[in-house]
Ligand binder design. Structure first.
Ligand SMILES: [Cu+2]
Length: 230
């Protein structure tokens, strides 16, 4: 039996099979390569125990902020349950995930209080190199790194909202704060979550006559508690 092209039908079928195999093989390779290049999204539960940032109790009025954060991650979706006590009552407290992604980060040690001059500090004496007993937002940055995520109550949660104090949770009259929100975080933050830290900010300093932690950016952003995310 001959086909119109002069080849036996069996030859034509064999060539078709070879062609299908040739086409299918690279497609299968491509699919497995794509699967290897895109790892499964990060998923898991994490937590952080918040402990006081080292400070001189006279300089900061004797704050003793402690707390706990439970984090549930599914890809870029992060559910945050955070409670903290010992905060300045009735004031908002900025709270962030901090850290250099894929880098070494830590909660600031007492030696971070270098007092080399902080432009947002109108409260404590500016004596360069003389510790003032307070680790400012800027002094803590080399330890805990930049802001990655802002635990705001409404709207944006990026670093851009880091100092929008009005959108952060307010401690109650007893100085306790509880925060619950499901947010979307950058994939780089999600993948590096266990290298990062949670920092809680804001205190009313006794050296400031205005009894509000919002009376200066220095007070509103002063780090008061920090915890490693595990
Ligand atoms: Cu922060």
């Amino acid at each position: 039996m001959l086909t119109s092209g002069g080849h036996p039908a069996i030859w034509k079928v064999t060539m078709q099979r070879k062609l299908i195999l040739l086409l299918a093989a690279p497609a299968a390779l491509l699919m497995s390569a794509t699967a290897a290049a895109a790892p499964a999204p990060p998923v898991g539960t994490f937590s952080a125990d918040l402990t006081p940032i080292p400070h001189d109790s006279t300089a900061d009025g004797g704050s003793n902020v402690t707390g706990h954060a439970a984090l549930s991650l599914a890809g870029r979706n992060l559910t945050v349950d955070l409670t903290a006590t010992g905060l300045t009552p009735n004031e908002p407290h900025a709270m962030h995930i901090h850290g250099v992604l894929a880098g070494a980060n830590e909660c600031p040690p007492a030696s971070a209080d270098v007092n080399t001059g902080d432009p947002i500090d109108p409260v404590t004496p500016q004596i360069a190199g003389t510790p003032d007993g307070l680790i400012s937002l800027a002094e803590g940055l080399p330890s805990y790194g930049p802001i990655d995520v802002s635990f705001t109550q409404t709207g944006d949660t990026s670093a851009a909202s880091g100092l929008v104090v009005e959108r952060f949770p307010v401690a109650n009259a007893a100085g306790t704060l509880s925060y619950h929100r499901s947010i979307k975080i950058p994939i780089g933050v999600a993948k590096n979550l266990s290298d990062l830290h949670i920092v809680v900010h804001g205190t009313d300093l006794p050296s400031d006559a205005d009894h509000s932690s919002l009376s200066s950016l220095f007070e509103a952003t002063l780090p008061v508690a920090c915890g490693t995310i595990n």
